[in-house]
Design a protein around this ligand. Structure first.
Ligand code: GRF
Length: 210
């Protein structure tokens, strides 16, 4: 399976996905695309000899043109599966359709709570005692789509948005590669927007049981 990754920033999740595919015979990371020319993650991908591409959203007046440009690059590179890893742009419906059930996102909250931005700040303010991250299939609603995996941490009395972000990011780094593996090894199926987990998939996700 040829995988493309979309990033906008530091790319720490991207690094974990790259590392997890390094010795994988079923999957390879073939391209990393960033909308942000200054994304740090691009340098790491280059250092691993992975093809990179900057597609700066600011150069497009229409979202659809930006989406099409990304899609064209993915097609040119024969990409089969797509992972958003800290990609901070919203995809248009047509793009979502094109990658339907072949496209994952990671969100730093326990969906369906705290969709969108500033998740940790909102979680702290709300007083929740548990937080975490979610890997889900991409649908056209922001941070919506069938959930593949979640990982949970406690929110302690002394936590602030930064300490919570740090705890959640550590979980993201563990969860995302495992969720991707469920697809590269064909351990899950999606029927009528429901994810069906094979026994092996359930075992892999057992690490995140609470
Ligand atoms: C992560 O929490 C990711 O979920 C969010 O942005 C943060 C940074 O991600 N959307 P990364 O280091 O660029 O992977």
């Amino acid at each position: 399976m040829k995988i493309g990754i979309l990033i906008s920033g530091s790319g720490s999740n991207m690094i974990k996905l790259i590392e997890s595919c390094q010795n994988d015979k079923n999957a390879s990371i073939n391209i990393v695309i960033s909308n942000n020319p200054d994304a740090k993650g691009i340098d790491f991908a280059k250092s691993k000899n992975i093809k990179t591409k900057i597609i700066n959203h600011k150069e497009f007046s229409q979202r659809e043109d930006f989406d099409n440009q990304i899609n064209n690059i993915l097609i040119e590179n024969k990409i089969d599966f797509l992972c958003n890893a800290g990609f901070m742009r919203i995809h248009g419906e047509k793009f979502v359709e094109k990658w339907f059930n072949k496209h994952l996102n990671i969100h730093p909250a326990l969906l369906p709570s705290f969709k969108g931005l500033n998740t940790h700040e909102r979680a702290i303010k709300s007083g929740v005692k548990f937080a975490g991250c979610t890997v889900h299939l991409v649908r056209s609603g922001v941070d919506e789509g069938p959930i593949i995996g979640q990982a949970v941490t406690s929110v302690d009395a002394h936590d602030d948005k930064d300490s919570l972000a740090e705890k959640v990011l550590k979980l993201e780094h563990k969860l995302y590669p495992k969720c991707l593996k469920l697809f590269t090894e064909k351990l899950v199926k999606v029927k009528n927007d429901k994810v069906i987990f094979s026994d092996k998939a359930i075992k892999i996700l057992d690490d995140f049981k609470v």
